[in-house]
Design a protein around this ligand. Structure first.
Ligand SMILES: Cc1cc2nc3c(=O)[nH]c(=O)nc-3n(C[C@H](O)[C@H](O)[C@H](O)COP(=O)(O)OP(=O)(O)OC[C@H]3O[C@@H](n4cnc5c(N)ncnc54)[C@H](O)[C@@H]3O)c2cc1C
Length: 453
């Protein structure tokens, strides 16, 4: 169908002002992979989302859901067809602070939900880094996590219900304001993390908890990753229920030491950020335990306390992805996950893979979850390095699986790793994945080419 008539048809379905011409920023995400779309639609209601899906299904037009475009896997990068942006679905449908719950449309930003809940003394626990831009629908579609997922879990744990547009174009409600539900197969969990390949989330019922009264981080520096990883295992072995347990290796510190205001010890080769939270006394007690567990062999231990110090620490940590990219101009950053007792091997393995492919390599991430952002630093436009980086990533995925882990702990497979499952998972598991996809999306029009082979 010609683009002009496609846009006219979509305007009839989704509303006159809903259709906008595609531009480069609407067809890519953080990967900067160049996508291609015939039309972009921003519906203003869940019903208009379902109607757009119905139209696309009837006319065999592929459709790519788009949230804030902050994904790192190319999940929102279309290869033709229609991009359906959720950014106009921002309504908070209900908020009951005294019942610790909120129902919000998919296009509300993560930061909006954080702000509203914080104002009522509550916490929406998932804290992925690009909160001002990422949307609740995108968080659900990627099951986004963040530093505090160590204690609180990823987004899916905080979703008790979904409203979702399903093929061939129907709005369906799954779950709701209920805290338990075993009446049927767990469709909600299938949709969480499905990267827009099974349905389009239009609204979600979110569970909240009272915000901790006090939050007290501990920052420890060790000489190398072996000493640092041993300290992290000591934290767990001591039974401390830290809220966050993050790590940064030597090369990551080299990228970002200058902007760490308290200053780092000269020989620092590994940094751990742990956080105690809870009631005031509980947080103080937990911080003391963290200091004790992390102090052995440490070069220094910092205990920031004031609100500006805490803010500065997490802002610095949040900017890490960009600090490492700035080192050489660009980077390939992955999100492998391994069992916690294999973390040191994964940190060392990342460096070794970089060495083998002649690329500077580093890792940082969510130590408590065994989740590493293993990163290869590249010079922009250097095709040789780019080709070697792809090979290095394949070696990295092999390493993660060999260590008993998975090739994605946070960002999903999207375009970048679409199809990689075939190499790592058993045929029967792959068959079931294909069957699930076919049941939700028999025409393979929902974000085709992503996640599955
Ligand atoms: C600085 C920075 C820090 C980050 N830190 C973290 C982190 O700590 N943890 C983490 O997990 N991620 C992190 N991310 C990655 C990213 O922010 C998350 O994956 C986020 O959840 C993506 O949300 P989005 O709205 O931007 O989705 P998009 O990037 O727009 O889309 C992501 C995927 O979800 C699908 N999708 C989007 N909305 C919907 C919907 N309503 N229904 C169905 N499918 C949909 C898309 O098709 C695509 O496949 C970070 C990104 C940046 C830039």
């Amino acid at each position: 169908m010609a683009v002009a008539s496609l846009e006219r048809e979509l305007a009839k379905v989704a509303g006159e002002d809903a259709v906008v011409p595609p531009n480069a920023s609407l067809v890519t995400d953080m990967t900067q992979l160049p996508g291609r779309a015939d039309a972009v639609v921003f519906p203003s209601s869940a019903e208009a989302v379902a109607a757009t899906l119905a139209w696309c299904y009837e006319h065999d037009v592929p459709l790519t859901p788009r949230g804030g475009g902050t994904g790192f896997a190319g999940g929102a990068v279309p290869d033709g067809g229609v991009v359906l942006g959720l950014e106009r679905l921002t309504r908070v449908r209900s908020f009951d602070p005294e019942l610790w719950r909120m129902t919000v449309e998919a296009g509300a930003t993560t930061a909006t939900v954080h702000r509203l809940t914080r104002e009522s003394g509550l916490l929406f626990a998932p804290d992925p880094g690009a909160a001002e831009l990422s949307q609740i629908g995108g968080n659900i579609a990627t099951n986004a996590a963040g530093p505090h997922a160590f204690k609180y879990g990823a987004t899916g744990r905080w979703v008790s219900g979904l409203e979702v547009a399903l093929a061939p174009g129907e709005l369906v409600t799954i779950g709701g304001n209920i805290r338990k539900d075993v009446e049927s197969y767990d469709l909600k969990s299938l949709l969480v993390g499905s990267e827009g390949t099974l349905g389009i989330v239009t609204a979600a019922w979110l569970s909240l908890i009272p915000a901790p009264e006090r939050v007290l981080p501990v920052v420890a520096f060790h000489a190398d990753f072996r000493a640092g990883c041993a300290a992290i295992e000591r934290v767990l072995g001591s039974g401390i229920r830290a809220a966050a347990l993050e790590f940064l290796d030597a090369e990551t510190l080299a990228s970002s030491a200058a902007s760490y205001e308290p200053g780092m010890p000269e020989r620092a080769g590994f940094m751990t950020i742990a956080e105690a939270d809870g009631g005031a006394d509980e947080a103080q007690r937990m911080r003391a335990e963290l200091v004790e567990a992390l102090s052995e062999d440490a070069l220094a231990v910092h205990t920031p306390e004031t609100a500006p110090e805490l803010e500065a620490l997490w802002r610095w940590r949040g900017g890490m992805a960009f600090a490492v990219i700035a080192r050489r101009g660009t980077a390939h950053s992955e999100d492998i996950v391994v069992p916690l007792d294999r973390l040191a091997e994964a940190v060392e393995g990342t460096i070794e893979i970089g060495r083998r492919h002649d690329l500077p390599a580093l890792s940082f991430g969510h130590a408590g979850d065994g989740n590493l952002h293993s990163t290869f630093l590249l010079e922009p436009g250097n095709e040789g390095e780019l080709a070697r980086a792809w090979k290095a990533c394949d070696d990295l995925f092999d390493l993660a699986v060999r260590l008993g882990g998975s090739i994605s702990g946070e960002h999903g497979l999207g375009t970048l790793k679409g199809g990689k499952l075939r190499r790592y998972r058993q045929p029967r598991a792959l068959e079931l994945h294909a069957a699930v996809k076919a049941a939700f999306d028999p025409k393979n029009l929902l974000n085709p080419g992503k996640k599955l082979p």
